[in-house]
Design a protein around this ligand. Structure first.
Ligand code: SF4
Length: 73
């Protein structure tokens, strides 16, 4: 067993256009949020991105973030 994650294979959003992942727009984020519901690395995604400490804009861990704050969608 390895602790390495093949992110490209594991990420349910990997085949989506990046503008749907790194977006501040809830309607664009919907596509990715649906993928998050099926994603096997959801918890790891948020742990690695660490949105609130990186002022992240986009979708991570099944939530939309803007300037590191969760956006209600
Ligand atoms: S949790 Fe969502 S944003 Fe993160 S890798 Fe999975 S599908 Fe992509």
């Amino acid at each position: 067993m390895t602790s390495e994650i093949d992110w490209r294979r594991a990420a349910a959003c990997a085949s989506l256009p990046q503008r749907y992942v790194f977006t501040r727009n809830p309607s664009e984020a919907e596509h990715t949020l649906r993928a998050c519901n099926q994603c096997q690395i959801r918890r790891e995604c948020e742990a690695v991105v660490d949105p609130s400490h990186t002022w992240f804009d986009g979708v991570s861990g099944g939530r939309l973030w803007r300037n590191g704050r969760e956006v209600a969608v």
